[in-house]
Design a protein around this ligand. Structure first.
Ligand code: SAM
Ligand code: SF4
Length: 329
């Protein structure tokens, strides 16, 4: 699949649910309205969409959410997709999780063929963690991370940079993550979805964070790229990799290789644009995949050039109304 700007689409992100056992302040309201079950793709339907994308050249799939591991049966879908790794045409199956269920699922994930996961963790301080997630327990997540490392999974920690919340902790998080052989990526808050807190108050530009960290660490340039928005450096003192995702201060769209499927079967061609394609109707209208294939082709043909994220005092409303928990980040 090649889009109008010559980009090869080889990467599909699949959100399994809009639900989550946490309520991170930058992601969800405290009492979000979750979707009725009938609107959510069955895992069978999700597998059908994944298969269609793979026939069209998708080589990597990332499972996300909401919290993907709270979806009942998620591990069975992951096992099924894992069966397509190698001869089945899939090069890699990965997962983004908040880590709360990893004690239980680390070994089954590895057994299913998953080798790398992203775990979101903004702080190791129990009180701050509870303040950010509204009721999460950091101890459970840290135990999950240990279980995942023990199971043989490679981990990247994703940390959202929040002004006056975790900004004093980045050096400590880098030391901890790299000390355990994990990469760490810092993420700027993106203006997505209706949340209860003030978006502008949370926003911390990573250019400032980076400048401050550079006084303490030596950053070496690396050519490492994932096709995504992150830019990486190697930290000389730790030997570990540190990523920066700065959608608001940098443009990363020219190398975008991905599209995103929500749990309702809506395909977003860009995280920062409203345009989307409904794949659920063709899925449910016909048991053969012709209509589904056509809908996918039409969607790729109108993948936009880039996003229009912006946070400033005149633009404090979300740039896109849906939350990250819908498209999975
Ligand atoms: N629940 C899983 C998790 O937290 O890893 C997977 C879904 S979550 C939506 C994916 C990533 O998006 C997490 O790393 C989270 O921190 C990030 N995220 C959510 N809302 C965001 C926002 N408004 N700006 C930046 N990152 C956000
Ligand atoms: Fe849940 Fe992940 Fe959103 Fe936090 S960021 S509320 S863990 S979906």
């Amino acid at each position: 699949m090649i889009d109008p700007f010559g980009r090869h689409i080889t990467y599909l992100r699949v959100s399994l649910t809009d639900r989550c056992d946490f309520r991170c302040v930058y992601c969800m309201a405290e009492q979000p309205e979750f979707l009725p079950k009938t609107e959510i793709l069955t895992l069978e339907e999700t597998a059908r969409v994944c298969a269609a994308f793979m026939r069209k050249g998708v080589e990597r799939i990332r499972i996300t959410g909401g919290e993907p591991l709270v979806r009942r049966g998620a591990i069975r879908l992951i096992e099924r997709l894992g069966g397509w790794i190698g001869a089945g045409g899939l090069k890699e199956l990965t997962l983004t999780t908040n880590g709360s269920q990893l004690v239980r699922f680390a070994k089954p994930l590895y057994a299913a063929g998953v080798r790398r996961i992203n775990v979101s963790l903004d702080t190791r301080d129990p009180d701050k963690f509870r303040a950010i997630t509204r009721w999460g327990e950091v101890g459970k997540v840290l135990a999950g991370i240990d279980a995942a490392l023990e199971a043989g999974l490679k981990i990247k920690i994703n940390t959202v940079a929040l002004k006056d919340v975790n900004d004093g902790e980045f050096a400590d998080l880098i030391g901890w993550a790299h000390g355990h052989g994990m990469d760490l990526t810092l993420i700027e808050t993106m203006p997505m979805g209706g949340i209860d807190d003030d978006r502008l108050a949370q926003f911390l530009p990573l250019s400032m964070v980076r400048a401050k960290l550079a006084q303490r660490f030596t950053f070496e340039d690396t050519a490492y790229r994932t096709g995504g928005p992150a830019r990486y450096v190697r930290v000389a003192e730790t030997g570990g990799r540190l990523g920066f995702i700065t959608p608001l201060t940098h443009n990363f769209c020219e190398s975008c290789n991905r599209v995103r499927l929500t749990c309702t079967g809506t395909l977003f061609m860009c995280l920062g644009q409203e345009d989307a394609a409904d794949l659920r109707s063709p899925l449910r209208t016909s048991a053969d995949d012709r209509m589904l294939d056509e809908a996918i082709d039409a969607a790729i043909a109108r993948k936009p050039k880039g996003h229009d994220f912006m946070i400033d005092r005149r633009h404090s409303a979300p740039a896109v109304a849906r939350a990250m928990s819908m498209t999975g980040g």
